[in-house]
Design a protein around this ligand. Sequence first.
Ligand code: CA2
Length: 143
Amino acid sequence: MATITILNGPNLNLLGKREPEIYGHATLADVEALCRDKCSALGHEAAFFQSNAEHELIDAIHAARETSAAIVINPGAFTHTSIALRDALSAFDGPIAEVHISNVHAREEFRHKSYISGIATAVICGAGIAGYGFGIETVAAKL
Ligand code: CA2
């Protein structure tokens, strides 16, 4: 059994509370339940964390170096801005799945650029919250 860390970035605490036409009706609690179920079905443990603060996500990635075999991350808008998050993920040895609920490539131009994709093992977008499950399956298959 391994621990898979699932990280969510800024504003994802608002899931299900606004913009359902883009992000659907599921809440972050629903995402957490999906991730815990998927990890446990695969014989692994989930560590789930959301923060609106870049440094807290970086600290969680550093902590995962000691505690986790894989990371699934939806970096939210930090995807498109944060070299610091990319550098932290680069220092993680295990597989990393980058997940986006929406299809960022069908949205505004500024969402087409990801600082994370180049160091991720897999990138999943546009599958709704099911993408977290696909991300967990993908990283678990590499453990
Ligand atoms: O599609 C995704 O999962 C995103 O990572 C979500 C980010 C966005 O900045 C990325 O470009 C794509 C935004 C998360 C904000 O989520 C909200 C949910 C409900 C209401 C408002 C924001």
